[in-house]
Ligand binder design. Structure first.
Ligand code: NAP
Length: 289
């Protein structure tokens, strides 16, 4: 964090409800200090009247905002422009100040893309299983289609949501085959090596002893995987992947890089790898508290 605010300090923040648990101030205040930016990041608890909050932020000359639950979709109506990927995903998590208002971006999918590239978890040319069809899964499935998955399987408890997501992706990426299935039909998946991205909320702290699919037979197919949950640092899903010999990462780097990408958009800078690593270590420390 910068040592002292002065007349030139810029403000960035997070709009959501609730926001008390957020790790974003750790990311952005560390980046501000490391990158020599006179910037402070604070969470704003917005209980209602989202449009007034966005207008107020603009009037207060706030440089940029993150947006979290429950506003990632509704915020689009309060923006002057929305990036094409965010429109296709149907969610905005980053507002960038421009003439007359804010432009919306989705850095969740960009964060996941950076995390997977860094860890060499592959999508291109592969069969990919996405577990979940909620808000986060929208960004995950978009990334899989954009990055050239050979075939995407979306498995969800509520199959209708998986079907809706599959249709949405097919409209933008007609060349990418997407199949929607009920999670309990996982044994109907073809028996070949696959990448799996776990995007449900099952396994999240404090329910750490649960996984969306518990059967080891499912995990024999999974040779590369991501659980986008980062608390706990090792989920039951991750243990099940490892027990069958697969390679798996948690969602901490996705969180890190969605923040880094937002910071880069706000400040028109590129954050170096050493600084990213420093922020990652601080996030890990915070999660151990
Ligand atoms: P969401 O919109 O509420 O979606 C939740 C998903 O989990 C849905 O697919 C839901 O299935 C499924 N689910 C929940 N409870 C279930 C149960 N008991 N049995 C079977 N399925 C169940 O949540 P979200 O915003 O997508 O977030 C999902 C997870 O991603 C959270 O754990 C969140 O922490 C994590 N996340 C991580 C990052 C990161 O940066 N690493 C970013 C965003 C989110 P139904 O559709 O059937 O209800």
């Amino acid at each position: 964090m910068i040592k002292e605010a002065d007349g030139k300090t810029r403000l960035c923040g997070l709009i959501g409800y609730p926001v008390g648990h957020t790790l974003s101030p750790v990311i952005h205040n560390t980046l501000a200090e490391a990158m020599g930016k006179n910037l402070v990041y604070v969470p704003f608890s917005v209980e209602k009247d989202l449009a007034a909050a966005v207008r107020g932020a603009y009037a207060l000359n706030i440089l940029g905002m993150n947006v979290t639950v429950p506003y990632k979709k509704d915020v689009m109506e309060a923006l002057v422009e929305v990036d094409e990927a965010a429109v296709r995903i149907g969610a905005v998590n980053t507002l960038v100040r421009m003439e007359g208002g804010y432009k919306g971006y989705n850095t969740d999918y960009l964060g996941l893309e950076r995390a997977m590239k860094e860890e060499n978890i592959q999508i291109a040319g592969r069969d990919v299983v996405v577990l979940g069809a909620g808000g986060a899964a929208n960004a995950v499935v978009y990334l899989c289609a954009k990055a050239g998955a050979k075939q995407i399987y979306i498995l969800n408890r509520t199959v209708k949501k998986a079907q809706g997501l599959a249709e949405q992706v097919a409209a933008y990426f007609p060349e990418c085959p997407v199949t929607a299935m009920e999670t309990r039909d996982y044994d109907k998946l073809p028996d070949r090596a696959m990448t799996c991205i776990q995007a449900t909320s099952i396994g999240l702290f404090p329910n750490v002893d649960a996984a969306v699919i518990e059967d080891p037979a499912f995990y024999r197919r999974i040779d590369q995987a991501v659980d986008i949950i980062y608390n706990p640092g090792e989920t039951k899903f991750m243990r099940l992947v490892k027990e069958q010999g697969g390679r798996v990462i948690n969602g901490l780097k996705m969180l890190l890089y969605q923040g880094v990408t937002a910071f880069e958009l706000w400040n028109d800078v590129s954050v170096d790898a050493d600084t990213c690593y420093k922020v990652q270590k601080l996030l890990e420390q915070e999660l151990q508290k």
